[in-house]
Design a protein around this ligand. Structure first.
Ligand code: ZN
Length: 471
C-alpha cells in the first residue's frame, strides 16, 4: 500500500502572502470534452487490485486507435501470471530514434472503495457542489487522462517530437504483487527505456487557504522498511508473576523508542525544498527554514521545526511502533510479545544502520529485532539544471509567479523502480490539490473540474516542451 502525499509541505498556520495568479489555464473546448468523457469512462471501470487494470488498458487503447495512433505504436501487455492486470504502452515516435525517449508513468489501479462508506457511488464520476467525485479522481486517473489527452492532441496537431515520447499506463502501484512498472523494467525494458521519467503520481502543487503554493518536483522518496521486535519467555502461571515478563520487556524497549529521535539529516532535495518553503512562511518559521536549507545544519532551527510532525518527518529518519501482540491466555504469563516498528528512512540512511541504531535504543539483548519488510532503496534523482529550467519555464508560463522546488515524498511511488534501474525520475503531478482536503485513498475522493482541465493543459505544454530539442 502506497500513500500519495503531496500536500502539507508547509508549517503551521502562518499567514501566506499571495504568490501569483490564481486563474487557471484551459485546453481547447474539444479536448476538455474528450478529457471529461475519458475520465468518466476510466472512473467507471473498477480497477482495484482484484478487478485488475486490463479493461482500463483496453479502453485507453481504443481511444488511442480512434485518435489515429497506429496499432504498431500501442502495446498492450498482460502479465502472464496475472491475466487481469493489463498495461498499455503508447509511443509518439520522433524523427530521429537516436535521442533517448522520455517516459510518462501512470498507474491505472485504485485503492479499494466501499460504496457503503461513500456518500456517492465510488465507481461513477459524479458532479456535486462544484466537485467531481469518484475513486481515482486524485490518485491518479485524472492525471492518466491528462497524459493521454496530451498525446492525442499532439498526434492530431501533427507534432513530431525530437525524441520518442512514451506513456506507460500500468497495474498494481497501490497493492498486489503485479506491479506493472517493475514487471516492464524486468521483462520488456525496450518498451519503457528512457532518458528520464515524468511521474504525475507525485510532486505538484497544492492550494493552502485558497492560495497556490510552490510547485514541488519529486526527486526523492523516503525509504520504507519495517522491523519486528520480539521477546520470548518461558512463561508460567499468572498466579505467580516473575520479574522477567515478555510484555514488560517489550513495552520498556518501546518506551525508550518513543523518546528517541534520529539525528537530523538534510539532502540536496530537502535543502532545496526548505529554501523555497521559507519564502512562503514568515517570522521564526521562515528563518528556521532558511537555516536548515544550508550546511552545516542549524540544529536549533531543526529542533524548532521538528515540533511540527510533518516537518520532523522531512528532517530525519523516523521509526514508530505500529502493531503489537503478545500473550496466549488471560491467565498465563506471556511466552511471546511482538511489535512492528515501521521506519521511513532519509535516503542517505541504510537498513543496516537503522537496525543497529534501533538495537541500541531498545537497549535489551532479549528484544530480538528482525526485518519484516525489507527496504528497497532508490537513489535520489539529480536536480539537473537544464531539466529544472525547462520544468520551471512550463510552470511559470502556466501559473505566473509560482516557484518550483525539489521535493522528497514521505510515501512511495513507482519511481522507486525506475530510479533503481538507473532512470532519473521526476514527480510532476498535473492537478492541484487542496492542502486541507487530500482524499487520495480515502472516502469521497474528489477534484475540482477547473483544476483538472488546467492539469490537462499543463500536461500538454510539458510534453511538448520535453519533446522539443533534445537535452
Ligand atoms: Zn498513486
Amino acid at each position: 500500500m502506497k500513500l500519495r502525499i503531496l500536500t502539507g509541505l508547509l508549517a503551521g498556520a502562518a499567514l501566506l502572502h499571495q504568490t501569483g495568479a490564481q486563474a487557471g489555464i484551459l485546453p481547447p473546448p474539444g479536448d476538455q470534452a474528450l478529457a471529461h468523457d475519458l475520465l468518466s469512462e476510466l472512473i467507471s471501470i473498477n480497477t482495484v487490485h482484484e478487478q485488475g487494470t486490463l479493461r482500463a488498458a483496453q479502453a485507453l487503447k481504443a481511444r488511442f486507435l480512434a485518435a489515429g495512433f497506429p496499432e504498431s505504436d500501442l502495446t498492450l501487455v498482460v502479465i502472464p501470471e496475472h491475466p487481469n492486470q493489463g498495461q498499455l504502452i503508447v509511443r509518439l515516435p520522433s524523427k530521429s530514434p537516436k535521442a533517448k525517449p522520455v517516459l510518462w508513468l501512470g498507474h491505472l489501479d485504485v485503492v479499494e472503495a466501499r460504496p457503503e462508506d461513500w456518500t456517492v457511488p465510488p465507481f461513477k464520476l459524479t458532479e456535486r457542489d462544484g466537485w467531481w467525485y469518484g475513486r481515482g479522481t486524485q490518485d491518479m486517473k485524472a492525471d492518466d487522462v491528462a497524459v493521454a489527452i496530451s498525446l492525442i492532441r499532439l498526434k492530431r496537431e501533427g507534432f513530431v517530437p525530437d525524441r520518442d515520447l512514451i506513456a506507460a499506463f500500468t497495474s498494481d502501484e497501490e497493492s498486489g504483487d503485479a506491479n506493472g512498472v517493475d514487471w516492464l523494467l524486468k521483462n520488456r525494458r525496450e518498451l519503457v527505456d528512457a532518458a528520464f521519467v515524468i511521474n504525475p503520481d507525485a510532486g505538484g502543487g497544492a492550494f493552502k487557504q485558497g492560495v497556490r503554493q510552490a510547485y514541488g518536483i519529486q526527486t526523492s522518496e523516503k525509504v520504507y522498511v519495517t522491523f519486528q521486535a520480539e521477546v520470548t519467555n518461558k512463561g508460567g502461571h499468572s498466579s505467580i508473576p516473575e520479574p522477567d515478563n515478555a510484555i514488560y520487556r517489550l513495552a520498556e524497549g518501546l518506551g525508550r523508542l518513543s523518546r528517541f529521535h534520529f539525528p537530523v539529516e538534510t539532502t540536496p532535495t530537502t535543502r532545496g525544498m526548505f529554501a523555497v518553503n521559507a519564502t512562503q512562511e514568515t517570522g521564526q518559521t521562515a528563518a528556521d527554514m532558511v537555516a536548515v536549507s544550508k550546511l552545516p545544519t542549524d540544529l536549533a532551527a531543526a529542533e524548532r521545526l521538528s515540533q511540527t510532525p510533518r516537518l520532523a518527518s522531512r528532517l530525519r529518519t523516523t521509526c514508530v511502533a505500529t502493531q503489537i501482540s503478545g500473550g496466549h491466555a488471560e491467565n498465563a504469563l506471556p511466552q511471546r510479545a511482538r511489535a512492528s516498528i515501521q521506519c521511513r528512512m532519509i535516503p542517505v540512511d541504510t537498513e543496516a544502520q537503522v537496525k543497529a541504531r534501533l538495537e541500541e535504543v531498545l537497549a535489551d539483548p532479549d528484544i530480538k529485532l528482525t526485518v519484516l519488510v525489507p527496504s528497497a532503496p532508490a537513489p535520489d534523482s539529480p536536480t539537473d539544471p537544464n531539466l529544472f529550467k525547462r520544468f520551471g519555464q512550463v510552470v511559470a508560463a502556466s501559473w505566473p509567479g509560482i516557484q518550483i522546488m525539489p521535493h522528497m515524498d514521505l510515501g512511495a511511488s513507482d519511481s522507486i523502480f525506475t530510479r533503481v534501474n538507473g532512470i532519473p525520475s521526476y514527480g510532476l503531478s498535473t492537478i492541484w490539490t487542496d492542502a486541507e482536503d487530500n482524499r487520495a485513498h480515502g472516502r469521497d475522493e474528489r477534484i475540482r473540474p477547473e483544476r483538472f482541465y488546467e492539469g490537462v493543459e499543463f500536461s500538454y505544454r510539458l510534453m511538448k516542451a520535453l519533446g522539443t530539442s533534445g537535452k
